[in-house]
Ligand binder design. Structure first.
Ligand SMILES: Nc1ncnc2c1ncn2[C@@H]1O[C@H](COP(=O)(O)OP(=O)(O)OP(=O)(O)O)[C@@H](O)[C@H]1O
Ligand SMILES: [Mg+2]
Length: 251
């Protein structure tokens, strides 16, 4: 397995990026994949919150001190590491070119120690989203069936395609009420993006709307652990199994 970096991002906020990143990472690590989660939501970090972790050092400390990046990682499980951001990390634009270069070098070094790195970003088309989006090997766009989620995803694809020459986007449909709704939502976005932006939009999978997700957020425990038989957990476990086999996308 060669190390790969996948960025989970979205145009619209609150569509489930952090929940899916954390749970996908847990499911993958339980299937024997060594996973690093990078909290790329520098302003409003919360991957650590969803895992109930106590953070002492963050990306900010990495840039301020010359500490060993490995010391900043938290291991909720032996095969799963988290690089926390915590709130208050300056946005990418405020870092300056030298620190940006340092951060990308640090991330590359850390990623080399894992089979897979998942980056959870903020929403929108702000500088940090585009920075992480440009850095990753693969992009997963998390989309839910709301029309605004689709229009915002289209806007993000447009910027990443036109300004960063990204050509391939994997869509992960979240909070769907049926497979049909997932396919239809995918189809709507894929058709316009393919036609007007000349990009390739691929269907990665879907996760159902499920109260287990909200409960697990409140309990700060991943739903794949806390509610392993829930519909959302089964969907994420199936997705993890596919990702760990599908070398074309992830590994
Ligand atoms: N499949 C789902 N079923 C039910 N609720 C969900 C599902 N996915 C996400 N949610 C709800 O949406 C909320 C937002 O999820 P999450 O924080 O993962 O989104 P996000 O995209 O990371 O948001 P932000 O853009 O603010 O970073 C969660 O607290 C959860 O309650
Ligand atoms: Mg988030």
């Amino acid at each position: 397995m060669s190390p790969k970096t996948i960025c989970l991002t979205s145009g619209k906020g609150g569509v489930g990026k952090t929940s899916l990143t954390v749970n996908l990472a847990c499911a993958l690590s339980r299937q024997g994949v060594r996973v690093l989660v990078v909290d790329g939501d520098l302003g409003l970090a919360n991957a650590d919150v969803l895992l109930g972790l106590t953070v002492t050092h963050t990306i900010r400390h990495l840039l301020e001190d010359d500490r060993d990046p490995m010391e900043t990682l938290i291991f909720p499980e032996p095969q799963l590491a988290v690089l926390p951001a915590s709130s208050g990390v300056p946005d990418i634009v405020n870092l300056g070119p030298d620190d940006q270069e340092r951060l990308s070098r640090i991330l590359r070094t850390l990623a080399a120690g894992f089979d897979l790195t998942l980056i959870d970003t903020a929403a929108g088309i702000g500088p940090s989203v585009l920075w992480f989006g440009a850095l990753a090997d693969q992009l997963i766009l998390v989309v839910n069936p709301d029309p605004t989620s689709l229009t915002d995803a289209y806007a993000l694809i447009k910027v990443l395609a036109q300004e960063y020459q990204r050509r391939e986007f994997h869509l992960l449909l979240n909070a769907v009420r049926s497979d049909d709704e997932a396919f239809q939502t995918f189809d709507t976005l894929a058709q316009v993006a393919t036609r007007f932006l000349r990009v390739e939009v691929l269907y990665l999978g879907s996760v159902p709307q499920d109260p287990a997700v909200t409960r697990s957020v409140r309990e700060q425990t991943p739903f794949v652990q806390r509610f392993p038989r829930s519909k959302a957990a089964l969907a994420v476990a199936a997705l993890a199994a596919r990702l760990s086999q599908d070398r074309a996308l992830a590994l």
